[in-house]
Design a protein around this ligand. Structure first.
Ligand SMILES: [Zn+2]
Length: 195
């Protein structure tokens, strides 16, 4: 679903400062407050905006980060990832196209990096790993890069395929549900509503 120029502007403004009021945003984008409010709700419903939170300074909090790459058999990767999913120390966990996992971890002390490395060594499915602590931060931004022409990518609630530019929409309680085709809409409604 293509986002319009004002959506993009609003995303840029909110990515920069999530605490601005609708009124403050409206002044900047020259739209009415209700329009901004409905655009923001729509971006939230689409999942383009995941949430609003404080941007904490890791180093100022006395913490140290490490970048870890893990190699395992492709069939083992999901299971290996599962082991780390609930670890507070593992801040980001990516599946890479190279068939590896990449973890960005943050620890409250350097010695904990060694403990973590020892843990990696004890996981039989891990074929190979590399762990290095971060010794300087040259740039650190949110992963989303807000540029003109962005599209919101959504899976069809019924079949999981990516919804095209003109999704069909229905409601499930308070939530919007997006579907890719009339066929999926029929199946979804058939399953959702008791006869
Ligand atoms: Zn579908």
């Amino acid at each position: 679903m293509t986002l319009d120029g004002n959506d993009i502007r609003i995303l840029q403004i909110l990515q920069d400062n999530g605490r601005l009021s609708f009124r403050q945003i409206a002044e900047r984008v020259k739209l009415s407050v209700p329009t901004v409010s409905s655009k923001v709700s729509n971006l939230e419903r689409l999942g383009a905006i995941r949430g609003y939170r404080a941007d904490l300074d890791t180093e100022r909090l006395g913490e140290v980060s490490a970048v870890v790459t893990i190699k395992a058999r492709p069939s083992d990767l999901p299971m290996v990832a599962e082991r780390f999913k609930d670890d507070d120390e593992v801040r980001q966990l990516f599946f890479l196209s190279s068939g590896r996992l990449m973890l960005i971890c943050t620890f409250t002390g350097t010695h904990l990096i060694n403990d973590f490395a020892a843990r990696l060594g004890n996981i039989p499915e891990i074929v190979e790993y590399d762990i290095a602590s971060v010794i300087g931060v040259a740039k650190e931004e949110d992963r989303a890069s807000v540029v003109p022409g962005l599209q919101a990518v959504m899976p069809c609630q019924q079949c999981g395929r990516q919804v095209s530019d003109r999704p069909l929409r229905t409601r499930d309680g308070p939530n919007d549900v997006y579907l890719c085709s009339p066929a999926c809409m029929n199946v979804y409604l058939g399953g959702a509503m008791p006869k």
